[in-house]
Design a protein. Structure first.
Length: 467
């Protein structure tokens, strides 16, 4: 169980802001199992405190117990004092070695190893995008992809607030289909084999879908209906032209927008499918970190990695999102099926033999495709109003995905391990908030030291030139 302290800290910081091939690979890798690997970070800390407290009380007993075997009971008092004195000098080294071995055996990593891993994780990060490949040829697309991914999901630093606001504006802009194009590019660039990247894409897609096509569209429709009703006086009936959906006119542009939205929905359903086959969890995080550190990680034991990542933990990929796909599909079918049945019923109850049904068909305005021009249903404003109603209702029903965008809910209900990208565009285990802060501080110190060294060298060259 996760401690309430961690829950409260996570909520305050982030409120606004079955076995698979990965597990099998870990089991066959020969890594030893650690007792702490199945515990949460809070549980591991409590376990370590318990082990250390028991060792503190056990070591004095072990010291006297071993001394009693060394000292002969029939030896004289002077020889006993000499042996005891030598034992007092020897015991500290024995105690350190024994404590270290017992802590390792009980799954408690060495403190020095923890410090080493902490500092290693802050270093060995790529500094530049891959401008040239191994063959020496330039690779502009790879470099551009690396830059975009690092700006969107940096693993080694905080995201630039300017990038955050630009992405926010793009994802909230329905004009020129900017929100849909942004999502398409996002899906094309990310590593689609990683659990966390797919989770972020699904939640971003559905969350912005709720806002743009649900909440904003609902407010616009409500305002349009409210305004036309206020002006419905005597023979003036503005709702005949200004009601929600009536201004769509069955034109070609509306069907283009509708098609883009359906492609967006299809892409997120494909992401749901990939999520079940994705790789993630603690074991993958450890492998990503070991691959990044390379030979520098050779001195890090599996117990220390278990402390940092929890190697033996198991969880289903995607958490609650595995079941949210069924909910999303059911909402889609219900909304569009209800709209279609309601439209069919309304069209059948209206007798076109006694009434002029051409009033429902919008006139041809400008150049439109042959199919729309000759298929009257596509120019029937009742059809476009039905599509608009179904689209808005379905988008409003994606509200649960919007709630999961809050980081505390995402963390405890989905449980994917955070990943990001380095400057070379490679997928990496993401540093936590404190580690990013510390790395930013160290990078600032390095830059200041380099500036100072450059200034001193410039002054030295100036003096030599004057001499």
């Amino acid at each position: 169980m996760v401690g309430w302290g961690e829950w409260a800290a996570g909520w305050k910081r982030w409120l606004w802001g079955t076995r698979d091939e990965a597990d099998a690979e870990h089991e066959h890798s020969g890594e030893s199992w650690s007792p702490t690997a199945v515990l949460s970070s809070y549980g591991r800390r409590k376990y370590h405190q318990l082990v250390d407290s028991q060792l503190d009380s056990f070591m004095p007993f072990m010291k006297n117990y071993l001394l009693s075997y060394i000292v002969e009971t029939e030896a004289n008092e002077k020889s006993t004092e000499v042996v005891a004195g030598e034992w007092q000098e020897t015991w500290p080294d024995i105690e350190l070695d024994l404590r270290w071995k017992l802590r390792r055996k009980l799954g408690v990593p060495d403190t020095e190893e923890q410090k080493l891993l902490y500092h290693l994780r802050l270093d060995h990060w790529a500094k530049y995008p891959p401008l040239r490949g191994s063959s020496g040829w330039p690779q502009p697309f790879t470099a551009l992809r690396a830059r975009i991914l690092h700006m969107m999901h940096p693993a080694d630093e905080h995201q630039d607030r300017r990038v955050y606001y630009v992405l926010l504006i793009l994802n909230l802009s329905a004009m020129f289909q900017l929100c849909n194009w942004t999502m398409f590019v996002h899906f094309l660039l990310i590593d689609k084999s990683d659990e966390h990247q797919l989770v972020l894409y699904i939640l971003a897609n559905k969350g912005y879908h709720f806002i743009v096509y649900g909440a904003i569209q609902f407010v616009q429709n409500a305002a349009a209906y409210f305004n036309c009703v206020l002006e419905d006086i005597d023979m003036n009936h503005p709702c005949s032209d200004g009601a929600p959906g009536r201004n769509l006119d069955g034109n070609f542009e509306y069907y283009i927008e509708f098609m883009f939205e359906q492609i967006r929905i299809a892409s997120v359903w494909y992401a749901f499918y990939l999520l079940r086959r994705s790789k993630g969890g603690p074991a993958r995080m450890a492998r990503l970190e070991l691959a990044r550190l390379g030979e520098a990680s050779s001195s890090i034991s599996s117990e220390t990695l278990a402390e940092e990542f929890g190697l033996a933990e198991r969880h289903e990929r995607g958490g609650v999102l595995r079941f949210m796909f069924a909910y999303d599909l059911a909402c889609f079918i219900f909304c569009y099926a209800f709209g279609a049945l309601n439209l069919i019923w309304k069209m059948q109850t209206f007798d076109c033999t006694t009434h002029n049904c051409t009033v429902f068909v919008n006139p041809v305005r400008g150049h439109i495709p042959f199919l729309i021009e000759h298929f009257k249903l596509l120019r029937d404003w009742r059809f476009t109003m039905t599509l608009d109603f179904s689209e808005t209702t379905y988008s409003l029903l994606t509200f649960p995905f919007f709630l999961l965008c809050m980081r505390p809910l995402r963390k405890y209900m989905i449980g994917s391990r955070p990943t990001g990208y380095d400057r070379a565009g490679n997928l990496q285990a993401e540093l936590n908030f404190a580690q990013k802060e510390e790395r930013a501080r160290l990078e600032a110190m390095k830059m200041n030291a380099e500036r100072a060294a450059t200034l001193i060298q410039a002054r030295m060259r100036g003096k030599q030139a004057r001499v």
